[in-house]
Ligand binder design. Structure first.
Ligand code: CA
Length: 224
């Protein structure tokens, strides 16, 4: 299945140029000129990556990036017309994974998109050992230890913990967790996530503090 890229750019010519390069590279492309529509599309179509213009006329790119981050871990490549170092840093702080400064070569953008999608896939597949202070996760063996003591987790609890840990710092919505941990295509009941999270936290004991609740959104693995 081809990866889907959402392109958010208000300059029509640039939007079409980026779209045609990405399509030629084999991606499925959704595009919009509107920040408001970008958020709707991101929620409904769950793109694999978002190319986001920082300077949009309706909703600022910063806001879109923040909301995308709050909703999940979709990688973002930011397009910025401003080349000041400060803006670049700001873009990355907002959760952009990469950025290109206008004017840019569409070929270069396609390379960045490919590289980012590869590293995101690698992050999920290659990570086999996760160590965070007293918490240790051995992914291939499905083993979790807290302060060296092995825990008895169900396979769902294990998957829930490892999914959050491997996406450390990024908020995962209940919907995203149902999709990625339970592999549900349609939403059954997001309270399922809360129930399992409660049991997982009980079993984790002192390491439960790393599983934070983000009110109204979901959960995040973070440093307390
Ligand atoms: Ca613009």
């Amino acid at each position: 299945v081809a990866a889907t890229v959402l392109v958010v750019e208000d300059e029509r010519k640039l939007r079409e140029l980026v779209r045609s390069y990405l399509e030629r590279a084999g991606f499925t492309v959704l595009s919009t000129e509107s920040g408001a529509e970008a958020l709707t599309l991101a929620a409904s179509a769950a793109p694999d990556l978002v190319v986001l213009d920082l300077g949009l006329p309706d909703v600022p790119g910063e806001t879109i990036a923040r909301e995308l981050r709050a909703a999940g871990s979709t990688p973002i490549v930011m397009l910025t017309a401003r080349s000041a170092e400060e803006d670049r840093i700001r873009g990355l702080e907002l959760g952009a994974d990469d950025y290109v400064t206008k004017p840019f070569s569409p070929r270069e953008l396609v390379l960045r998109v490919k590289r980012l999608l590869r590293s995101t896939a690698a992050e999920h597949e290659k990570a086999d050992h996760f160590l965070w202070k007293e918490l240790e996760i051995d992914i291939p063996r499905h083993e979790v230890k807290v302060k060296g003591r092995a825990l008895d987790l169900t396979s769902t609890e294990f998957k829930l913990l490892s999914t959050l840990a491997l996406r450390r710092g990024r908020v995962q919505s209940r919907e995203a967790l149902l999709r990625d941990v339970w592999e549900y295509d349609s939403l059954i009941d997001t309270r399922t996530v809360d129930t399992h999270m409660r049991r997982l936290r009980e079993k984790l004991g002192p390491a439960a503090k790393y599983l934070g609740t983000v009110r109204g959104v979901g959960y995040r693995f973070a440093d307390e």
